[in-house]
Design a protein around this ligand. Sequence first.
Ligand code: GLA
Length: 381
Amino acid sequence: MPSLRDRFEQWCGRGPTVSSDAGGRVNLIGEHTDYHEGFVLPAAIDLRTTACAAPRPDGVLRIRSEAVRDEVQIDLGALAPRARTDWRSYVLGPSWALIGEGIALPGADILVDSQVPFGGGLSSSASVEVCLVALGARLAARELDPRTIARIARRAENEFCHVPCGAMDQMASACGREGHAILLDCRTMETRLVPMPADWAIVVADSGVRHSLAAGEYAKRQRECASGLGKLASRRPGIAAARDLTVDILASDGEALSEVERRRLRHVVAENERVWKAAAAMRGGELGAMGELLWASHRSLAADYEVSCAELDTLVEIAAGIPGIAGARLTGAGFGGNTLNLVRACDAQFAAAELADRYKAKTGRLSAVRVVIASRGVTVS
Ligand code: GLA
């Protein structure tokens, strides 16, 4: 396959002046906690989105996606959030968000390609947004730090694509560091790097399921939690987000909640605690302890937060029977996509092959199973 630069030249008849790349992400633990101002522990990965571009003098933005083999063209002045969200929204949103930040973008030809499986819970959308925000800023001769890139990329997702996501994906994609996970406090946006022990490996297994209802269910979880939180906050001042709840508060005031609200909030409280324990387990190289936290996270996501599906549960059950897999759980929003499996590095290839074989035997479905590596964040040159 020719390089992206060569493909750009073939497409435009001239070379690119700027390139960028940004990782997908795997979330080790801390699922459905970011929009509650809680804690998450993701890592950028070596499945990446890459882009290159050259400015054009006519104020036109022309973007070609190699992944969908299609292109979109628009006057910069006509950029506005669209009613329908599709691949065009994800490639146009970054330019709209940059302009919204007062950054004077020139017209440009932009070619973008991605290795991150679309809709697989590995942040294909955030990696595109982060990659294109970095690219656009450089075209506008502006230096933005990775956090600012992440903030603008999230703005594109929230306001242009109408997806009410939290801060995790864009932060991981932009701020990743090789060989590290990022412990992120989604209230203060403070980050701490947590080294990935050298003898641990991450295997992601794709359920092959892409649930179209995910977007609606995601917003529904936010509403359910907000409704429960409102009841608790009216009794106790100082509760601003589910992040402020504790096991004790849920135990003493829980009767004010509906059964669903109680389960949803119980997940958030327990998951936030697991993130801290997981960071400690990683720092201590305690694979067994980390694995237990992953299984517990999956159970909580499946039973209390109800964001799993039969295929993800099957993958996790299969993982539990494979020697060498210390822990597994769904990663990302859920309802389909990938599971994360934590293994000793020396067992990674065996575990990956077993997962694929056993999933096929049990469900008839093919699973793309990949060993992924904690990688750097966004780069632009
Ligand atoms: C999606 C969102 C994130 C986060 C996860 C669930 O990936 O984009 O902000 O909420 O789901 O943890």
